[in-house]
Design a protein around this ligand. Structure first.
Ligand code: 13P
Length: 230
């Protein structure tokens, strides 16, 4: 199985997210059976988005982009894994933008992964070379079952720049990540993935799929990525 995961980041309000579904529905991408399509949405979009894709029978699985590292309780404003459990099957944790803008640590990411797994949500753990070893060590120290997680190698220099990593180089690092995890979990690549280059990543021996930011926002571009893999 290969995976195409979209990450809308802090884009698309509720109305825009429903218009996006209309766009995908009109384009009718083929949705190959051996490729799972997962879309990680802003919290505010998820419930209505779920209803609409179910009504239109669109085979997209929904995810969130973050979760609280705290259990339910007196934490004003936090969205807990328990809340997300009713809404999504996947959740991104440890994106470099959260490390940069919100000072997230590898310890917090491990705590988030633990709470997600307790609520039957698959953590999608983002990694880059400066903290790759530290993050994986932290997961093991917190007794996280890494076979129930996804991992994404996202080199910061390739995110949102239009300069993707060379696929062979990306494969080298995803292979290293897989080795550190005893090859029990999918390892994906993320960073400036487009319809034109997606196949060159997914065809690599140790890249199990892609995490797409910018080109997941436009239905035509996202459908183009899916269609490129048929
Ligand atoms: P871009 O596809 O815009 O480079 O974003 C990658 C990313 O950060 C996905 O999480």
């Amino acid at each position: 199985m290969k995976y195409v995961i979209g990450n809308w980041k802090s884009n698309q309000n509720l109305t825009e997210s429903l218009i996006w579904i209309d766009g995908i529905h009109a384009l009718k991408p083929k949705f190959p059976a051996d490729i799972a399509i997962i879309l990680c949405l802003p919290f505010t979009d998820i419930a209505a988005f779920n209803h609409k894709i179910a009504d239109l029978n669109i085979p997209i699985i929904t995810g969130a982009q973050d979760v609280s590292h705290l259990a339910p309780g007196k934490h004003t404003g936090e969205i807990t894994a328990n809340m997300l459990g009713e809404l999504v099957s996947y959740c991104i944790v440890g994106h470099s933008e959260r490390r940069r803008d919100f000072n997230e640590t590898s310890q917090m990411v491990a705590e988030k992964a633990k709470l997600l797994l307790e609520n039957s949500i698959t953590p999608i753990v983002c990694l880059d070379l400066p903290y790759l070893d530290e993050q994986i060590k932290e997961l093991f120290q917190n007794n996280i079952d890494v076979s129930r997680c996804f991992f994404v190698y996202e080199p910061i220099a390739a995110i949102g720049t239009g300069h993707p990593l060379d696929p062979v180089e990306a494969n080298h690092t995803t292979n290293q990540i897989g080795f550190l995890l005893d090859n029990v979990a999918p390892v994906l690549y993320g960073g400036s993935v487009t319809a034109d280059n997606v196949k060159s990543f997914v065809d690599q021996s140790r890249i199990d799929g892609v995490l797409v930011g910018t080109d997941s926002l436009e239905p035509t571009l996202f459908a183009g990525i899916i269609n490129s893999l048929i």
